[in-house]
Design a protein around this ligand. Structure first.
Ligand code: PEP
Length: 256
């Protein structure tokens, strides 16, 4: 059985005091939830304070990126163990904004995924097609490329520890959500890929999140899809009421 998960990607938002306020608000609203893994991913600058604010609560901590090296001369970068040191359990890797604006490739996402696992972090690996690619009928080709190459050379045991987020680029921050059917189709395609290349057990176990303009009003219909286990939420994760409603909506959905 797969556990449901709602993860909030705060992106480059919230100075420390605002981040603490948001974390405390979520703690107050969501302390009763025990059937959904709740993850918040603040910017690096607020990780320590949010880690303290969420300590011993049901809210887990994630980062939005990291470098693949353990240490060294990489000015401005953050190492996996630095995230662990601050209490992170998760790290988002290969977000489309990183791929688009910072030239991340499947290759760098692959290195980061392996480094995260080595450090004991759970990678949330993002895959997804652009609007141009969808309109050119290349959605499945792109997803296959992202899944196979971002996760290249991982053992089945390692793969069982990661989370995949399907985030169609055209739905991120645009207010355009993929319909539940569109999202389900790609989630099933990802599970089928994993079944073909690895095993049915892995394909059934792996948690796959949907991301792209998830809001309180569309969460239930998305998370009720058979292959959708939860959501990676951007904009709506910046507000206590919206994010809490999304988590509560996911909590009412059945487990698969
Ligand atoms: C995201 O950035 O991962 C995301 C899904 O953003 P939004 O919910 O704002 O579309």
């Amino acid at each position: 059985m797969r556990r449901k998960m709602i993860a909030g990607n705060w992106k480059m938002n919230k100075i420390t005091a605002e981040a603490i306020e948001l974390a405390n608000g979520l703690k107050r609203e969501l302390y009763k939830i025990d059937d959904v893994d709740i993850v918040v991913c603040p910017p690096f600058t607020a990780l320590e304070e949010v880690s303290e604010a969420t300590y011993e609560s049901n809210i887990k901590l994630g980062a939005q990126n990291m470098h693949w090296e353990e240490s060294g001369a990489f000015t401005g970068e953050i190492a996996p163990m630095m995230l662990k040191d601050l209490g992170c359990e998760f790290v988002i890797l290969g977000h489309s904004e990183r791929r688009l604006y910072f030239h991340e490739t499947n290759d760098t996402v692959n290195k980061k995924t392996k480094a995260a696992l080595k450090a004991g972090l759970t990678p949330i690996v993002c895959v997804g097609e652009t609007l141009q690619e969808r309109e050119a009928g290349k959605t499945f080709e792109v997803i296959q490329d992202h899944v196979y190459n971002s996760l290249k050379d991982l053992t089945e045991e390692e793969l069982a520890k990661i989370i995949i987020a399907y985030e169609p680029v055209w739905a991120i921050g645009t207010g355009k959500t993929a319909s539940p059917e569109q999202a389900q189709e790609v989630h099933k395609f990802i599970r089928d890929l994993l079944k073909k290349k690895y095993s049915e057990v892995l394909a059934e176990e792996i948690v796959i999140l949907y991301g792209g303009s998830v809001k309180p009003g569309n969460t239930k219909e998305l998370v009720n899809q058979i292959d959708i286990d939860g959501a990676l939420v951007g904009g709506a994760s910046l507000d206590v009421k919206n994010f809490s409603e999304i988590v509560n909506a996911a909590s009412t959905c059945g487990t698969k």
